[in-house]
Every structure is written in structure tokens, then in C-alpha cells.
Design a protein around this ligand. Structure first.
Ligand SMILES: Nc1ncnc2c1ncn2[C@@H]1O[C@H](COP(=O)(O)OP(=O)(O)OP(=O)(O)O)[C@@H](O)[C@H]1O
Ligand SMILES: [Mg+2]
Length: 252
């Protein structure tokens, strides 16, 4: 018998007025997996994250986590159960230090400031932000903001960490560092669902890829099979220009 999935998305549909941002999407994620979620601009990837993490209530369908139906729960309730997501547009708390930013995450698990601080410090070591712990959020470079976004999410001690384009706009060296960080996070026993446009980054690190196009799941499988799937290639035609524009935007 197959082990129970950590996450089961079942027939998930999200409508914005007449627009079907997610249309009857179903897939499972198993404990310990790294799953890549890809698809062209506007495919519905971020919307799916918002539905799973409680920022949006799906129009229909369900989200099952560890066997429990969590559909429609509030983000903090879902976070307490062990799912956390990062945001495509980084949102550091500018007037707080890097350490305090991460403590905003660790307070989800620890009431005592001393404990929240000590957990935050260990997350800062893992994410390579230790040396910058006393800098203000507003002082960080783009790659460090992305690290901080991941660090704050890790501070909530998730079972499932969902990353929304944390590698967009990074240099090849920074991408390699991000991939190393993802592998380290998995080595801590955390399952990952990763939205990524940078194919060179996601394909080698993912065990499985799920592809959305115009709200629908159009393919699912091993990275090597997905890369040659005609449906996926067709969905991505004309995407190159878009990815370049987006890289530029993410520097802003
Ligand atoms: N809050 C909202 N209200 C109305 N429409 C929305 C809302 N959020 C997203 N949409 C629309 O839903 C569709 C899916 O958007 P979404 O942001 O999920 O795509 P995405 O796959 O994350 O795209 P990208 O790669 O550009 O980040 C788009 O057409 C978008 O304009
Ligand atoms: Mg998005």
C-alpha cells in the first residue's frame, strides 16, 4: 500500500469572477519530496499556493494535509499545522533587523522571546544570513531578501515549505547557492513545493514536476520526461521574452 501523501490537492478550482485561475487541479506530494511547480505567466501557480496556504478560499475542491481537510482554514491555522509559503514579491519588515524578521516566524512555535531568538539564530546559520543578523530589513540586497523570505518561513518549523520564485533575478552563482540551500532544507526532513521559472535550477533538484497551464494541470512526472513532453513545450513557446522581462522586474 502506498504511504499517505503529505499533501493532497483534490479537484481544486479557484475563480476570480469569470476567470478560472485554477481549474480542477489534483495532485499529491509525498513526505520528503521536492516537487517543482512550473507553468507560463498567469498559469495559476501563485493562486494555487494561496489556496493551499489559506490566503484564498478555493471556489471548490479540497486541500488535505496529513490526512486532515484544511480547506478554508486561516493562514495561521495552516501554518500551525506545518505548511508555510513565501511570497513572489519579497516583503521584509524594513524597520526590523534580520534576526527580528526571522523571529516573526519563530514566534509561531515559541512563546518565550529567548526560545524564539535561539531558534531564529539557528535558522540564520542554515540560510547563510548569520553575519547579517543585525542589519535592517531595508538594507538587504535582492538575493539576501530572498534568503530572508525563506528564513522567516523556515522559522515557523514547517513540514511543507512552499517557495514562490525565490531564484528569479539571481546570478548563476546565487542560483547554485539557492539550490544548495534547498538541498540542505530537505536534508532537515522538510518537504518542498517550489514554483520556479529558472529551469536550470529546478530540473536538477526536483524529484517530480507538476505543470500548470491556463489554470489546468497539463502534465506531471519526472523532470527528464517533463522536459520532453510536447504539451509542456507548447505551453512554454514564446516564454523566453517573458522570462527576460520578469528578471528585469524582479531587480526593482
Ligand atoms: N486576486 C486576484 N484577483 C483577480 N485575478 C487574479 C487574482 N490573482 C490572480 N489573478 C489572475 O489569475 C491568473 C493566475 O494568476 P497567478 O498569479 O496565480 O499566476 P502565476 O502562474 O503565479 O503567474 P506568474 O508566473 O506571472 O507569477 C492570472 O490571470 C491573474 O491575473
Ligand atoms: Mg506567480
Amino acid at each position: 500500500m502506498e504511504a499517505q501523501p503529505l499533501l493532497r490537492v483534490q479537484g481544486l478550482t479557484m475563480k476570480f469572477g469569470g476567470l478560472l485561475a485554477n481549474h480542477d487541479v489534483s495532485f499529491d506530494i509525498h513526505p520528503g519530496e521536492i516537487v517543482g511547480l512550473i507553468g507560463p505567466n498567469g498559469a495559476g501557480k501563485t493562486t494555487l499556493f494561496s489556496c493551499v496556504s489559506g490566503f484564498l478560499r478555493p471556489t471548490s475542491g479540497s486541500v488535505i494535509f496529513n490526512g486532515e481537510d484544511i480547506t478554508g482554514l486561516k493562514p495561521y491555522e495552516i501554518c500551525q499545522r506545518g505548511i508555510v509559503r513565501t511570497f513572489q514579491i519579497t516583503q521584509p519588515l524594513y524597520e526590523m533587523t534580520v534576526l527580528e524578521n526571522v523571529m516573526a516566524g519563530t514566534y509561531c512555535r515559541f512563546r518565550r522571546p529567548k526560545d524564539a531568538r535561539s531558534e531564529a539564530l539557528s535558522v540564520l546559520k542554515l540560510t547563510g544570513l548569520w553575519d547579517k543578523r543585525d542589519r535592517m530589513g531595508s538594507e538587504l540586497t535582492i538575493p539576501d531578501r530572498k534568503r530572508l523570505e525563506i528564513a522567516r518561513a523556515l522559522g515557523t518549523q514547517p513540514k511543507l515549505l512552499m517557495l514562490d520564485e525565490t531564484m528569479a533575478g539571481l546570478t548563476p552563482t546565487e542560483i547554485q547557492q539557492a539550490v544548495d540551500l534547498i538541498r540542505n532544507i530537505r536534508a532537515q526532513g522538510i518537504t518542498l513545493l517550489i514554483i520556479e521559472h529558472v529551469m536550470e535550477a529546478i530540473m536538477p533538484v526536483a524529484d517530480r514536476i507538476v505543470v500548470l497551464d491556463a489554470g489546468r494541470l497539463i502534465a506531471e512526472g519526472a523532470p527528464k520526461d517533463i522536459a520532453h513532453d510536447p504539451k509542456v513545450i507548447e505551453a512554454y513557446l514564446g516564454e523566453k521574452r517573458y522570462v527576460r522581462r520578469k528578471k528585469h522586474q524582479s531587480q526593482l
